[in-house]
Design a protein around this ligand. Structure first.
Ligand code: AMP
Ligand code: ZN
Length: 466
C-alpha cells in the first residue's frame, strides 16, 4: 500500500519512497525536560507515533528516534530556582514524560538520545562547520554563518529580513550577521558546561538535534517531524547545520509538521492559566478519550481542545463501547489484517479524522451483523482497527465505570465506600449514607440506585475539561 505524506519542504503531498527500505529512518524532536509536558506536546508524539506504527507494518526495520533535550537555558533556570543540579530536574521530568507516554498508549521510540550524552559529537560537528567555512568562533561562542548557506529559509519560505524580525534575533557584537545563530556558548562557573576548543561551554539547542540525528540515523534521514512552531528557527537551523556538515547532502527528505493545539479557542499560556498538563488530564480521563481527541483533527490542522469536543468524543466512544458490551459474549480478538478502507485513510497523509469515521462505521457494522460468524468477524475488525489507533482495548464494563489510567488503584476503595453506603442505608442510618455519598462525590463518583443494587461510575470523564 502506497503511503502519501505532506512534505513541508515541497509544500505538497508526495508518495513516500524511502532511501533504503531495509532501514527507514525517522526523527521527531523530543521534549525539553524542565517541567511536565502539556497536552499540546502530546500531539506530535501521538500522531507521529502512529505514523511510526504505520511505517513499521511496511518497513519492519524502521529506526525511530525521539530525543530528550536535557541541556537548555530553561532547564538551567529551573535547576537554579530549585537549587539542584540540572540532572535532578531532567531525570525527573524525562521519567515523568516516559511514564505519561506509556499511559497514553504511545509506543516507545527505537532510540531516545539525550543531548548531554552527545557532547563530543556536537563539538565535532561545530569543528567540521568551522573547517568548512560555515561557522566561526567569537568570544567563546561558535556561530553558524547564515550567509554561507544560500538555501537558508527554504523550509519556512522566509526571507532573511523576515527571519530576523520574526525570531527577534539577538544582535550581539560578536556576530557577523544578526541572523547568525549559536552552536556553542560559554558557561559561567555556576552553569553546566563542558570543555571544548572554545573554552568551557554548552551547546545551542539546534545543533543538539543535528548531532543526535547524525549519530543514530546517519547523514540523510527519511522523515523529520515536529510541531509547526519548530519550523523556524529550529528546523531551518537543523537543515543549515546538517547540510553544511555533510558536504551538501540532503538532511531530511520528508518534513512533517503538526498544527498547534489551543484550549477553548485560546493559545495555551502560563498567563492565561490554561496550560493543561498531560499527567493531570490522564488522572481525570481515560487514555482512549485523550487519544481520540488528539486524533480527531488532521495532524496538519489546528486542534481546539474544548469541553464540548470532549463530551462529543466521550459520546462517540461510549457508543462504540456499548456495541462491545452488547457483544461481550462474542469471542473475538483484534484482527491483525486491517480493513482496506481503514488503512487507506491512514496512508493518505495520516488522515486520522477519516480513520475515526471508519472506526465508527465498523462499529455500526458490528452492531448490525447477524449470525455468530459475521458478528465475530465484525467485532474482530473493529477491535483490530481500534488497537491500531490505541482505542477500544479496555473491558467495556471498566470503561463504563469511567476508567482512567490510574483508576485500577482506587477501584477497591470506591467499592468499599459504595458497600458501606449500602450497609448504612440498610441500617436506616441515612445521615451516614448521605455522608458517604458526599465522600464519593468528592472522589468524582456518581452512585445510581437501581433495582439490582447500587451502580457507580466516574463523573469526571464526561464533564470538566481539566
Ligand atoms: P518543546 O518541548 O517545547 O520543544 O515541545 C515539544 C513538542 O511539542 C514540539 O514538537 C512542539 O512543536 C510541540 N508543541 C508545543 N506546543 C504545542 C501545541 N500547543 N500544540 C501542538 N504541538 C505543540
Ligand atoms: Zn529538534
Amino acid at each position: 500500500m502506497k503511503l502519501r505524506l505532506h512534505n513541508s519542504l515541497t509544500r505538497r503531498v508526495e508518495e513516500f519512497v524511502p532511501l533504503d527500505p531495509q532501514r527507514v529512518t525517522m526523527y521527531v524532536c523530543g521534549p525539553t525536560v524542565y517541567n511536565y509536558v502539556h497536552i499540546g506536546n502530546a500531539r506530535p508524539y501521538v500522531l507521529f507515533g502512529l505514523l511510526a506504527r504505520l511505517l513499521r507494518r511496511q518497513y519492519p526495520k524502521l529506526v525511530y528516534a525521539r530525543n530528550i533535550t536535557d541541556v537548555d537555558d530553561k532547564i538551567n533556570t529551573a535547576a537554579a530556582a530549585a537549587g539542584v543540579p540540572i540532572a535532578t530536574i531532567t531525570d525527573r521530568y524525562a521519567a515523568d514524560f516516559r511514564k505519561d507516554m506509556t499511559r497514553l498508549g504511545v509506543d516507545a521510540p527505537d532510540v531516545e538520545p539525550h543531548a548531554t550524552e552527545h557532547i563530543p559529537q556536537i563539538i565535532a560537528m561545530c569543528e567540521r562547520l568551522i573547517a568548512g567555512g560555515h561557522a566561526y568562533a567569537a568570544e567563546g561562542h561558535v556561530l553558524f554563518d547564515v550567509a554561507s548557506f544560500p538555501a537558508y529559509g527554504e523550509l519556512s519560505g522566509r526571507s532573511t529580513d523576515e527571519m530576523i524580525a520574526g525570531a527577534r534575533v539577538e544582535v550581539a557584537p560578536y556576530k557577523k550577521n544578526p541572523a547568525d545563530f549559536v552552536l556553542w556558548k560559554p558557561s559561567t562557573p555556576d552553569l553546566p558546561g563542558w570543555d571544548s576548543p572554545w573554552g568551557r561551554g554548552r551547546p545551542g539547542w539546534h545543533i543538539e538535534c543535528s548531532a543526535m540525528s547524525e549519530a543514530h540515523l546517519g547523514e540523510t534521514i527519511d522523515i523529520h517531524a515536529g510541531g509547526n512552531d519548530l519550523m523556524f528557527p529550529h528546523h531551518e537551523n537543523e537543515i543549515a547545520q546538517s547540510t553544511c556538515a555533510h558536504g551538501g547532502k540532503i538532511f531530511a527528505r520528508y518534513w512533517l509538521h503538526n498544527g498547534m493545539l489551543s484550549i477553548e479557542g485560546k493559545k495555551m499560556s502560563k498567563s492565561l492559566g490554561n496550560t493543561f498538563k498531560l499527567h493531570e488530564l490522564l488522572e481525570k480521563h481515560p487514555p482512549d478519550l485523550l487519544r481520540y481527541m488528539l486524533m480527531k483533527a488532521h495532524y496538519r490542522q489546528p486542534l481546539d481542545w474544548s469541553a464540548a469536543a470532549l463530551e462529543q468524543a466521550q459520546r462517540t466512544l461510549d457508543g462504540l463501547y456499548t456495541t462491545l458490551r452488547d457483544l461481550a459474549d462474542v469471542p473475538a480478538t483484534p484482527a491483525d489484517d486491517l480493513p482496506e478502507e481503514f488503512l487507506a485513510t491512514l496512508t493518505d497523509d495520516l488522515n486520522t479524522p477519516e480513520a475515526l469515521a471508519v472506526l465508527s462505521r465498523l462499529g455500526d457494522a458490528t452492531r448490525k451483523a447477524e449470525g455468530r460468524e459475521a458478528r465475530q468477524e465484525a467485532k474482530s475488525a473493529l477491535l483490530g482497527a481500534g488497537a491500531f489507533l490505541g482505542l477500544l482495548q479496555v473491558d467495556p464494563e471498566v470503561w463504563f465505570q469511567g476508567a482512567t489510567a490510574d483508576s485500577a488503584l482506587d477501584e477497591a476503595q470506591v467499592q468499599g465506600l459504595v458497600d458501606a453506603r449500602q450497609a448504612a442505608k440498610a441500617a436506616r442510618n441515612f445521615a451516614e449514607a448521605d455522608r458517604l455519598r458526599a465522600e464519593l462525590h468528592e472522589l468524582g463518583i456518581v452512585v445510581e440506585d437501581t433495582p439490582q443494587g447500587p451502580r457507580w461510575k466516574r463523573a469526571s470523564a464526561t464533564t470538566a475539561t481539566a
